[in-house]
Design a protein around this ligand. Structure first.
Ligand code: BEZ
Length: 312
């Protein structure tokens, strides 16, 4: 059996059509069909139900698909790892979700550049989901995201659980109501969430926080990104639940309030390829823990100014 048999089979199984699989593989359909027939002969088993539309896998086909897809993912990983090992100059490509820019990411990058000037660092904004694909394809070496996505090829480290806070338009009655708000206090407001896509995202963590407490916001407004959500809050369109580090982004038209439940958190997760034991990545991890130990993440909480929200 050749690697090409696996690639062709996986494409047909995923597309559930010979025509679409042939387009995806940039080959004609007759040779594709011949390769699949050859594979079935080699295995002595049928992989697709005959005459099913869309194409359906047989039981053997489903078993074979699971293992073939895993093998191909490992092959891709091996390829990108080998390229990385063979590189003469050292480089580290970092993927990150936008909200981590308000936390420690800028400090981490600055410190890393200071300490390891010989490593060429590049930064790429992308969703947590895109980070997984980019890691496997070797487009990035480390990802910082917020969603726990399981993948056998990816190692994940939860760096910290970040508290969520509420962003309110300045002068909103809830600004003066009490020191810390509960989700229940927000039910009558329009809840502005982000990012709208791709999902799952931080938006789902916020929605799950309500759902897990048997609460339902009366109106939800989905926006593309954090900055737009904050702009809409400032315009009085609603309230938004944001990671606490966003508080550092002080605006004079928004007030931030703590939430009264310490389970309302969003993790910051570092992801890397399972087999990547590169020293550059281990250095990055050590540097992050050093910064945590130095208290780099400590900032004034929303309610810290004599129990009042800032600028309220
Ligand atoms: C943090 O805020 O803790 C953080 C942000 C980005 C990468 C790593 C850590």
């Amino acid at each position: 059996m050749e690697l090409r048999h696996l690639r062709y089979f996986v494409a047909v199984a995923e597309e559930r059509s010979f025509t679409r699989a042939a387009q995806r593989l940039h080959i004609a359909q007759p040779p594709l069909s011949r390769q699949i027939q050859q594979l079935e002969q080699l295995l002595g088993a049928q992989l697709f139900e005959r005459n099913s539309r869309p194409l359906k896998l047989t039981e053997t086909g489903r078993f074979f698909y699971q293992h073939a897809a895993q093998l191909l993912a490992q092959m891709d990983e091996l390829e990108s790892m080998a390229r990385r090992v063979g590189k003469i100059e050292r480089s580290l490509s970092v993927g990150f979700v936008g909200s981590t820019l308000y936390g420690m990411l800028p400090k981490i990058i600055r410190r890393y550049r200071q300490l390891h000037a010989e490593v060429e660092l590049s930064l790429h904004e992308m969703s947590t989901m895109d980070q997984i694909a980019a890691l496997k394809e070797g487009r990035i070496d480390v990802g910082f995201g917020r969603i726990r996505l399981d993948d056998p090829g990816i190692r994940r480290v939860v760096l910290r659980e970040e508290r969520m806070i509420v962003a309110l338009p300045l002068g909103h009655p809830l600004c003066e109501a009490k020191a810390a708000l509960s989700l229940r206090d927000l039910l009558k407001e329009t809840l502005i969430i982000f990012p709208k896509s791709p999902r799952p995202s931080y938006a789902d963590q916020v929605l799950a926080a309500f759902h897990d407490r048997a609460l339902k916001p009366s109106r939800v407004l989905e926006t593309r990104e954090l900055q737009i959500a904050l702009g809409l809050v400032a315009a009085g369109e609603g309230v938004s639940i944001v990671p606490k580090s966003v508080y550092g982004l002080k605006r004079d038209d928004i007030a931030y309030k703590d939430l009264d439940d310490d389970k309302l958190v969003s993790p910051i997760i570092m992801s890397m390829r399972m087999l990547d034991e590169s020293e550059d990545i281990e250095r990055m991890l050590r540097l992050i823990y050093d910064l945590y130990d130095e208290g780099a993440m400590e900032y004034q909480a929303p309610g810290d100014r004599a129990g009042k929200p800032p600028q309220a």
